[in-house]
Design a protein around this ligand. Sequence first.
Ligand code: ATP
Length: 139
Amino acid sequence: MGQFAVIGLGRFGSAASLELMKMGHSVLGVDTNGKVVDKLADQITHAVIADVTDREALEELGLDNYDVVLVAIGEDVQASLLCVVHLKSLAISTIWVKATSHAQHLILSKLGVARIIHPEEEMGIRVAQALSYPMVNDY
Ligand code: ATP
């Protein structure tokens, strides 16, 4: 069983959190929005309100015990990048980040992030594969 932290519980972050729970993993979800955190509180291992642009708040989450920290903040690129810089300075080893632009991708790759996710492109490829090979359609 893995231990994962998901930062940003929008559509992407909450779907990833719930799927990880279904697979039997432990999930800490973090968001600034109390409503979003309340909604997921009963469905994931821990749900916490915190602003991850605040280094101290991030440090208090004790993320060094987690296998992977997934940063799933979309719109606010500055918040996402600042969070990654803080995670790096806290020596978090494996960071995955949802990216929204080429510029963000470039910065994230310079920061040494383990995996940069482009949901639209990746989903487009999966849909093309599903259309081409309907017999191995997995969703
Ligand atoms: P999705 O497409 O997954 O719904 P999105 O790409 O529209 O998301 P946002 O809604 O901008 O992305 O961000 C996802 C979540 O991240 C939101 O619930 C938002 O409250 C949260 N978030 C944004 N900034 C911070 C922050 N500084 N600290 C913690 N959570 C944050």
